[in-house]
Structures are given as structure tokens and as C-alpha cells.
Write a protein that binds this ligand. Structure first.
Ligand SMILES: Cc1ncc(COP(=O)(O)O)c(C=O)c1O
Length: 390
């Protein structure tokens, strides 16, 4: 019951862009504010769409990055075969806004979630939802709980070394596929393999080798399938860190890239194929903060801390203030360490910062403030999936 109530609430959330009565300067924002440069994001989207097309692949971008149906629709317009969602609630938000083709990339292994899924499927009869499954227990839950009139494509999630989700066992994969074959509600749609722990290896050559090695270690799984004449429609995985590597893998049908639309500091500090920084995609997402206090000469305090930036590694960086270092100073504040010659940083200014990690940062904000080519904010787009982590 509680899941149905939550789903009902989610379906009522606004996902439509809100046009401002008057375009706004960045300096007028109520900071901290998440700023999205629409032109740069579109460039990133086009670059990825062209890249996969040039390599005869598809892409199924991960909506966990943006949690915004407006952006999901843009990705589909650019040729994506659908989007991924990490959780049932993220999928619910996308379905409510008319995004029909969704792959749920985390297994559902509780009756509670499966019943929530039933409610969602009944609400959206035109859905093209795929699920992953990686255990006999998870498959049993689906068999016991999914309504008799439903039809779902299931992918087997395979883990090799990340240790998060997926089976490592060929026998389990075959058992799952047999179970699907015996049940008219399910059909085997393919394989998911996501090696997320490789995405942020700093050295490009090492990242490339490890990703290719990971895909080739799936050979045993594919041989077992081929041995039984089982065909995979979908072989999906990969992320932004290996977007230009994984296209070389014959078996892959589509890439689950997420961060490429925004980029973040964790990605920018890595090496790329041709550079010691990963700037194949432009920094389209920033958090605007205001300088609000200066208790001592060589530092100045901004109004964004852990509640404005999610960080599990690096700190925010301000490209327009080279040499200025950001240090977290609690939930609501950050302190800028001013080097020599940085007297131009004054109180009452707004500066934009590259975010350490884009996905969880987005989850801290209600809106994208959308910056257009004229340097003004014209609209804000609701982050409809904010807080959808169940
Ligand atoms: C299953 C899965 N696929 C794809 C992605 C996208 O990765 P990235 O943001 O590095 O492109 C993620 C991100 O965490 C993920 O968990």
C-alpha cells in the first residue's frame, strides 16, 4: 500500500519546464542553484549520438544522472533506444512523463517492489519496460508476484569483478533463462554487464585494457548461450569513462552512458584518449554559489556545502577563478582559499563551480536553471526524480 501511495504521489509531480516571465542574470539566482548550460549539454548529446552511430551501436542513456523527463525525451529524440532507470521510483517518474522504453538496471528482489511494479505496469499499459534479474530468489519473487496479464523482457545481469549486482555464475544465468522460458509472462531479452569500478581509472590505457578484458571475460557466458542456440537481442553496459572503448566490443548493442551530458570534476581529472584531462564532453552543469562572508583576508565563504554538492572524492572547482581552491565547510558552506592576486573575489558575487559528482549532486536540487546562449536564464526544468532512490 505504501508503495502505491508513493507511486501516486510521484505521478502527480510536475515534469514540464517552467518559462520565466523575464530572463534572469546568473547574479539574480537564489543560490546555491544548479545551472545547466543547454547549448553545451546539446553538444554533448549530439557528440555521443554521432559517436555510437558511427560505430553501429545504440545507446540507452542512464536517467539516474539527470532524473529529468525533459532531458530523457531529448535523448530519445537524438536516437537513444530508450533510457535506463536505477530504481522503480525513477522509472515511475519517467513513465508518468511519457518515456515508455525503460531498462531498470537494478534487480528487484522483494515482493514489496514487485507489487509496486505491478501497480506501475497497470497504470502504464503501453510501457516497454525491461528488468534485470541476477538470482534465483529474485526470479522466484517475480514469478510469485507479477500479474498474470503482464509481459516483461528480462535481462540477466552479470558481474565479473565489481561486486555490486549481477551473477558470476553461468549455471545461474542458464537457470534464470530456463525459468523465463517456462513462464509466458517473461521473455529473455539479453545481458547487462556494467563494470562501474573501471570508469574512473585515471590512466586511459589502463582503463581501456581493463574494460576490454572485462567484456572478453564474458565469453564463457556467451559460449554457454550459443551452445544452446539462445540469442541475445540486447547486450548493454558501459559508461562515460569507457564510451570510446566499449564500442569496439562486437557483442555490445548499446551503451548505458550517463554523465556525458553534464560532466563533473571526477571525470574531468582523468586522462582521455588524446589528453591528460577528460574533456571530450563539455562541462554543462555547475552549481552557482554566492560569496557571503569573509572572516579572514585569504579566504572567502560561499553559500554552498554538502547540501549543494555531493562529493565522494574531489572538491568543486571554479573554472573562472583559476588557482582558487574550494574546501567544504559544512552542510551549507564552502570556503574558497584565495591565492596571491585573487583580490578580485569579493563579497556578494556569484560564481559557478564544477560539481564533484554529477548524479548525486542533481539529487540535491529541485530545478535546473537553464542558461541559454545569450548568457541569461530563461527557464527552469524540474528534477522530477529528485529523491527517487527506492
Ligand atoms: C548500471 C549503470 N549503468 C550506467 C551508468 C552510467 O555511468 P556514467 O555516469 O559513468 O556514464 C551507471 C552509473 O553509475 C550505472 O550504475
Amino acid at each position: 500500500m505504501s508503495t502505491e501511495l508513493l507511486l501516486q504521489q510521484l505521478s502527480e509531480r510536475n515534469s514540464e519546464p517552467i518559462e520565466l516571465n523575464q530572463p534572469m542574470e546568473l547574479a539574480q539566482l537564489a543560490t546555491p542553484a544548479l545551472v545547466l548550460d543547454r547549448g553545451l549539454m546539446l553538444d554533448n548529446m549530439r557528440k555521443m549520438a554521432t559517436h555510437v552511430q558511427d560505430h553501429n551501436k545504440s545507446f540507452r542513456p542512464h536517467s539516474k544522472t539527470h532524473k529529468c523527463p525533459t532531458i530523457a525525451h531529448m535523448q530519445i529524440e537524438q536516437g537513444a533506444v530508450g533510457v535506463c532507470a536505477a530504481k522503480l521510483s525513477e522509472a515511475a517518474v519517467m513513465l508518468a512523463a511519457g518515456v515508455e522504453s525503460i531498462l531498470l538496471t537494478s534487480p528487484l528482489a522483494t515482493v514489496q517492489k514487485a507489487q509496486g511494479l505491478n501497480a506501475l505496469l497497470q497504470q502504464h499499459p503501453d510501457h516497454k519496460l525491461h528488468l534485470v534479474v541476477d538470482s534465483k530468489e529474485g526470479m522466484e519473487v517475480l514469478r510469485q508476484s507479477i500479474d498474470a496479464d503482464q509481459q516483461l523482457g528480462l535481462l540477466v545481469d552479470i558481474d565479473l569483478s565489481m561486486g555490486r549486482t549481477g551473477t558470476r555464475d553461468v549455471e545461474t544465468m542458464l537457470w534464470l533463462i530456463d525459468a523465463m522460458a517456462r513462464d509466458q509472462r517473461f521473455n529473455f531479452a539479453g545481458i547487462q554487464h556494467y563494470a562501474g569500478h573501471l570508469m574512473h581509472i585515471p590512466d586511459y590505457a589502463k582503463r581501456k585494457d581493463k574494460s576490454l578484458a572485462s567484456w572478453s571475460r564474458l565469453d564463457d557466458f556467451f559460449s554457454a548461450l550459443e551452445g544452446r542456440g539462445i540469442h541475445c537481442d540486447i547486450v548493454t553496459g558501459g559508461g562515460t569513462g569507457t564510451y570510446d572503448v566499449d564500442v569496439a566490443v562486437d557483442r555490445i548493442t548499446d551503451l548505458q552512458v550517463g554523465s556525458y551530458i553534464f560532466m563533473d570534476e571526477e571525470y574531468r581529472v582523468l586522462a582521455s584518449a588524446g589528453d591528460d584531462r577528460f574533456e571530450d564532453f563539455a562541462l554543462a552543469l555547475t552549481v552557482a554559489c554566492s560569496t557571503i562572508s569573509q572572516p579572514q583576508a585569504k579566504t572567502i565563504t560561499v553559500d554552498g556545502g554538502y547540501k549543494a554538492f555531493a562529493s565522494d572524492s574531489v572538491n568543486p572547482v571554479c573554472d573562472e577563478l583559476p588557482g582558487v581552491e574550494f574546501r567544504f565547510a559544512g552542510d551549507e558552506h564552502g570556503v574558497l582559499i584565495l591565492g596571491e592576486g585573487q583580490q578580485e573575489v569579493k563579497l556578494g558575487q556569484v560564481h559557478r563551480f564544477a560539481v564533484p559528482h554529477c548524479d548525486p549532486t542533481v539529487n540535491l536540487h529541485d530545478f535546473y536553471w537553464v542558461l541559454e546562449e545569450d548568457g541569461l536564464i530563461h527557464s527552469c526544468w524540474p528534477i522530477t526524480g529528485r529523491g527517487c532512490s527506492w
